[in-house]
Design a binder for this molecule. Structure first.
Ligand code: 3NM
Length: 214
């Protein structure tokens, strides 16, 4: 699977857990796929998320099936054991999660994404074997309680100015209306939770990004 990962998979990278989807995560994911998302990350975290491990596993399996049918990569946030158990396409971790280097060793042939907040963290993630990095928050977000201060596109530009060519998505507060500067600063894609997951019409919300992605 990892060999098939290309930066184009990052163009419109939808992230969600049950806590982000008032209309129901399976319905929202199907609609987002119809609207053109290119990758999905299951992130069951924070207030309103499921408590039961069994419920999380069975939901992950159902979401994975939806992604498989649509041939888009299915990534799990921060739970390497779950990803290995169900054969997910990859894992995404933050700076506080299990070390990327250790995960890389466990996840041969899978996609590894790492959240970074500076060009130093980006260089480390690349050296540790990340396939892509997420850089944020670009804009203020209400989807992550412990998000850092929004830095606009500054960190993305720093990373590119340092000559780093790793596949990169911007994250945090991104909507179809404010996504263009993220691409202009050198991102290969945008990661989005609420502007799709909480939209009245998630399909239309996803579709609105296509003009910017080109
Ligand atoms: N990580 P929304 S910001 C999961 O800065 C996550 O690393 C961030 O949600 C980071 O699109 C964020 O609703 C939340 O703002 C993104």
């Amino acid at each position: 699977m990892r060999a098939e990962f290309q930066k184009e998979n990052l163009s419109l990278y939808f992230i969600a857990g049950t806590q982000d989807c008032p209309a129901g995560i399976e319905t929202v994911l199907r609609q987002a796929i119809e609207g053109g998302i290119t990758m999905f990350q299951f992130r069951e975290k924070g207030p309103g998320s499921l408590d039961s491990k069994d419920d999380i596993v069975s939901l992950a399996i159902r979401l994975q099936a939806i992604c498989r049918e649509a041939a888009i990569p299915f990534i799990i946030n921060d739970d390497v054991d779950l990803a290995v158990k169900i054969g997910a396409d990859g894992v995404h971790v933050g700076q506080e999660d299990e070390k990327a280097l250790e995960i890389r060793a466990k996840l041969k042939g899978k996609i590894l994404g790492v959240s970074v907040h500076s060009s130093e963290e980006a260089a480390k993630a690349k050296a540790d074997g990340a396939d892509y990095i997420g850089v944020g928050p670009v804009y203020p977000t209400t989807s992550k309680a412990d998000a850092k201060e929004a830095r606009g596109t500054e960190v993305i530009r720093d990373i590119r100015l340092a000559g780093m060519q790793i596949p990169l998505v911007g994250i945090g507060g991104i909507t179809a209306e404010n996504a263009a500067p993220v691409f202009a600063s050198g991102a290969d894609g945008v990661s989005v939770i609420s502007s799709i997951s909480r939209a009245q019409d998630p399909k239309e919300a996803a579709r609105r990004f296509s003009a910017i992605i080109g």
